[in-house]
Design a protein around this ligand. Structure first.
Ligand SMILES: Cc1ncc(COP(=O)(O)O)c(C=O)c1O
Length: 391
C-alpha cells in the first residue's frame, strides 16, 4: 500500500522525541514564546515583515478576510474572485462574511488561475479582491496576475496552503499578494498537526490579524500598538485593557505545541522540498512518455514545492482506467483538491450566481492525485511509475 501520506512529521522519530521532552519540561502551553519564535522564523523564510500563527489554514483564511473587513478594506457585498479549483475553507469565509464569491476558471495545463483567466472574468464582472489558490505545489503566472490586480485596484490574496516553498523567478509564492495563508495540517509540506499562518508586509494588517485571532483583544500586540489602540479608545488602566474587545474576532489561537513543532519542522523544510521535487521529476518523466496523460506545464515555475503528484488524463474515460490501475496496485489516490467548488453541495445552498468553468471542469473530471513525500522508497517510485505508464 502506498498511502497519500506516511508520517505526520518530517524526521518523525526525532520530532516526536523532541516534542515529548518539550511537553515534559514546559510550563506554558497556551500561545507564547514558541509561537512568536515560529512566526519570526517563518516570516524570515518568506522575506516578509510579519507572520501570524493560527490553529489551522482554514482559520488563517477566515481571519484574513475578517481582518480586511475590520480595516474597511473590504465591505459587505464586495465581490471576491477565487480559484475555482480550491479547498472549501478558501471559499466558505467569502460567503460567511457576506461577500459575493466569483469563481475564476483554472487552466488545466497548470491546474491554476492564469492571468488570462482573470482577464476573461473581469470582462463580465468587477471584483474588489482576488483570493487565488496556488494549487498542488503549482501556481499561475503570479507576476502577471499581480500586475492586473494593481491596474484594477484589486487586493491580491494568496492561499498558499498547497505551495509552501514554490518559487517563480526566485520569488516565493505567498509573497505576490498583499497577504497570504499557509496550512500545517499533516500531509502538507510540513506539519504542526493542525496549524496555519498568514504572512504579510503590512504591519497595520498584521496587528488587526492578531486581534482577530484572539477574541478581538489587544494582548498579542506589541506595546506601541497597544498604546495606540488604547489611546484611541480612551482605555487607561491595564485592569480594563485586558478585557476590552476592540473589533470582531474569534478564538483561532495556536498552542505552544504548534509553535514548537513549527520551529522543529522548519529545520528540515528546505531539504525536504528538494527530495519531493526529485520524486516529482522522476514521476513526471514517465508522464511525458504516456499519450493518455497531460504533461503539466511548469515552465514558469523555478522551484516546484510538491507534496502530491497530480495526474491529468486526456478524458474522463481514460481517468477511470487509471483510477483502477492505481487502486489495483494499492496506491491511495484522491480527487483534485475539492474539484470544481461550484459543484459542492454547500456552494449551491448559499450562492445563486454560477459561471461556466470549462478548464476547472476538465480538471475535476479527468484528474486525481497520489502522495509525494520523502519516505517514498525506490520501490514505491517504481510502482507509481508503472501505474503512470500507458494503460
Ligand atoms: C488550498 C487549501 N486551502 C486551505 C486549506 C485548509 O487548511 P487546514 O486543513 O489547515 O485548515 C487547505 C487544506 O488542505 C487547502 O488545501
Amino acid at each position: 500500500m502506498i498511502p497519500l501520506m506516511k508520517n505526520a512529521f518530517l524526521n518523525e522519530y526525532q520530532t516526536k522525541e523532541e516534542l515529548a521532552k518539550f511537553i515534559l519540561h514546559t510550563d506554558k502551553f497556551s500561545i507564547d514564546k514558541k509561537c512568536a519564535e515560529f512566526e519570526k522564523t517563518f516570516a524570515k523564510f518568506h522575506g516578509v515583515k510579519e507572520a501570524i500563527l493560527y490553529n489551522s489554514g482554514g482559520s488563517a483564511n477566515l481571519a484574513l478576510l475578517q481582518t480586511l473587513k475590520n480595516l474597511g478594506k473590504l465591505k459587505q457585498g464586495d465581490s471576491i474572485g477565487f480559484s475555482a479549483l480550491t479547498w472549501s475553507t478558501n471559499v466558505m469565509p467569502i460567503i460567511q462574511l457576506g461577500f459575493q464569491p466569483v469563481p475564476i476558471d483554472c487552466e488545466p495545463t497548470t491546474l491554476n488561475v492564469m492571468s488570462q483567466n482573470l482577464v476573461d472574468r473581469l470582462k463580465e464582472v468587477s471584483i474588489q479582491a482576488m483570493f487565488i489558490t496556488n494549487a498542488l505545489g503549482f501556481a499561475g503566472d503570479l507576476q502577471n496576475v499581480q500586475s492586473i490586480c494593481n491596474e484594477n485596484n484589486i487586493i491580491l490574496l494568496e492561499d498558499n496552503c498547497e505551495a509552501l516553498g514554490t518559487e517563480l523567478d526566485g520569488c516565493k509564492t505567498g509573497t505576490f499578494g498583499s497577504m497570504s495563508t499557509c496550512s500545517f495540517f499533516v500531509a502538507h509540506h510540513m506539519s504542526t498537526i493542525e496549524g496555519g499562518m498568514i504572512v504579510s508586509n503590512d504591519e497595520e494588517f498584521a496587528a488587526m490579524a492578531r486581534m482577530v485571532r484572539s477574541n478581538g483583544w489587544d494582548r498579542n500586540l506589541n506595546s506601541i500598538q497597544q498604546h495606540h489602540i488604547r489611546a484611541k479608545h480612551e482605555i487607561k488602566s491595564e485592569f480594563v485593557a485586558k478585557y476590552t474587545f476592540y473589533d470582531l474576532g474569534y478564538n483561532l489561537k495556536p498552542t505552544e505545541i504548534t509553535g514548537f513543532l513549527g520551529l522543529q519542522q522548519m529545520q528540515f523544510l528546505k531539504d525536504n522540498i528538494k527530495i519531493r521535487e526529485k520524486n516529482f521529476y522522476t514521476l513526471e518523466s514517465t508522464v511525458k512518455t504516456n499519450p493518455d496523460l497531460v504533461d503539466l506545464d511548469r515552465s514558469h515555475i523555478s522551484l516546484l514545492s510538491s507534496f502530491a503528484f497530480p495526474v491529468l488524463c486526456k478524458s474522463k474515460k481514460i481517468r477511470d482506467q487509471y483510477l483502477s490501475q492505481f487502486a489495483g496496485a494499492g496506491v491511495e489516490i484522491r480527487p483534485m483538491i475539492a474539484g470544481n467548488i461550484q459543484k459542492q453541495p454547500f456552494y449551491g445552498k448559499y450562492v445563486s450566481d454560477f459561471y461556466d468553468l470549462p478548464g476547472t471542469d476538465s480538471i475535476h473530471e479527468c484528474g486525481f492525485y497520489c502522495g509525494n513525500y520523502p519516505e517514498l522508497s525506490e520501490n514505491d517510485l517504481e510502482t507509481l511509475s508503472s501505474c503512470l505508464s500507458k494503460y
